[in-house]
Design a protein around this ligand. Structure first.
Ligand code: R5P
Length: 315
């Protein structure tokens, strides 16, 4: 007999413990105690230290750096919860690495997003909670139930409250047009689109043209993620060259490998970087704003546990 009505239990791996703590605080309970560490032979070990039998277990683990280790930790935690007779297990991955490796677009390449989804389901996750996937269709890689949340209202509210004049929302590439259009309509702003070209499999990006008018306007470049920042730096350059008054950049996920965040912060074309805490970001800077998604995830967890609508959160 499942004891889901006793309320959710929140477990955290090592990927983003501050987010997990914020989420459990919002829900009004402490994190379920667990040991998650590596032996000196590099093998990951997990032991859940409290009873989870028949309970509604949520494991918070975005796939942040080190990505492969954190994926492995998540799989082992799911297995531990399953073998401890959890009633239902939800893998909460606010950032899902490998989601962009979603098609065979070159000869002899893998579809790693699908592979990871299969591993998560095979490990025993009954449900998955994701946020702002690069492409929504990736939900279909999971045979288990998926709830995809979006940080778009949180980011839009931030810019709305800034009361900026004469804004234009800009998609940094044609692929992100729908996402940017949704953001523009929340802000009741016009849309412009940059024609971007990615050169090879590396992080070299070229912004070629702008479709739409940006002259004299405050541009907010909106994307699902900022990785190396090449896309945003190149967008900032072309926007300023075409007469934009100032450029803000915003995305749900700030990945920022190596020194990419410093490069973005050093760019004179970019006034502010606004992302959420789907991934841990230690850096602090006047030009960097990190908005929290913990209440959104906490509320979604409460609703899933009670059997209430998650979609209603975004109406
Ligand atoms: C891909 O098209 C995504 O939407 C982002 O534009 C991309 O991940 C950004 O990557 P980077 O910051 O390395 O240019």
């Amino acid at each position: 007999m499942k004891n889901l009505q006793k309320g959710p239990l929140i477990l955290s791996g090592n990927a983003h413990s501050s987010l997990a703590n914020e989420i459990s605080k919002y829900i009004g309970q402490t994190l379920t105690k667990a040991e998650v560490f590596k032996f000196n032979n590099d093998n990951t070990f997990v032991r859940i230290l409290e009873n989870v039998r028949e309970r509604d277990v949520f494991i918070i683990q975005p796939t942040s750096f080190p990505v492969n280790d954190n994926i492995m930790e998540l799989l082992i935690m799911i297995d531990a919860a399953k073998r401890a007779s959890a009633g239902r297990i939800t893998a909460v991955m606010p950032y899902f690495s490998y989601a962009r490796t979603d098609k065979k677009d070159q000869p002899r390449v893998p579809i790693t997003g699908r592979l990871i989804a299969d591993l998560i389901t095979t490990a025993g996750a009954d449900r998955v909670m994701l946020m702002d996937l690069h492409a929504g269709q990736v939900q279909g890689f999971f045979s288990s139930t998926v709830d995809e949340l979006t940080a778009l209202p949180i980011l839009a509210r931030y810019f709305f409250d800034k009361k900026l004049d004469n804004i234009v929302v800009v998609s940094p590439d044609t692929g992100g047009t729908k996402r940017a259009r949704d953001f523009a309509s929340k802000l009741r702003a016009p849309l412009a689109i940059i024609e971007k070209r990615r050169i090879g499999n590396k992080d070299t990006v070229e912004s070629l043209n702008i479709i739409g008018s940006v002259e004299g306007m405050t541009a907010i470049v909106f994307d699902d993620e900022i990785n190396t920042g090449s896309t945003m730096i190149s967008a900032g350059e072309i926007l300023i060259k075409n007469g934009a008054k100032q450029v803000y950049i915003s995305a749900t996920h700030g990945i920022f490998p190596n020194d990419s965040l410093n490069k973005l912060l050093d760019s004179n074309d970019i006034k502010e970087i606004v992302v959420t805490n789907t991934l841990p970001i230690e850096h602090k800077h006047d030009k960097l704003t990190i908005l929290s998604i913990s209440e959104l995830i906490g509320e979604a967890i409460k609703r899933i546990n009670r059997g209430d609508s998650v979609g209603a959160l975004f109406m």
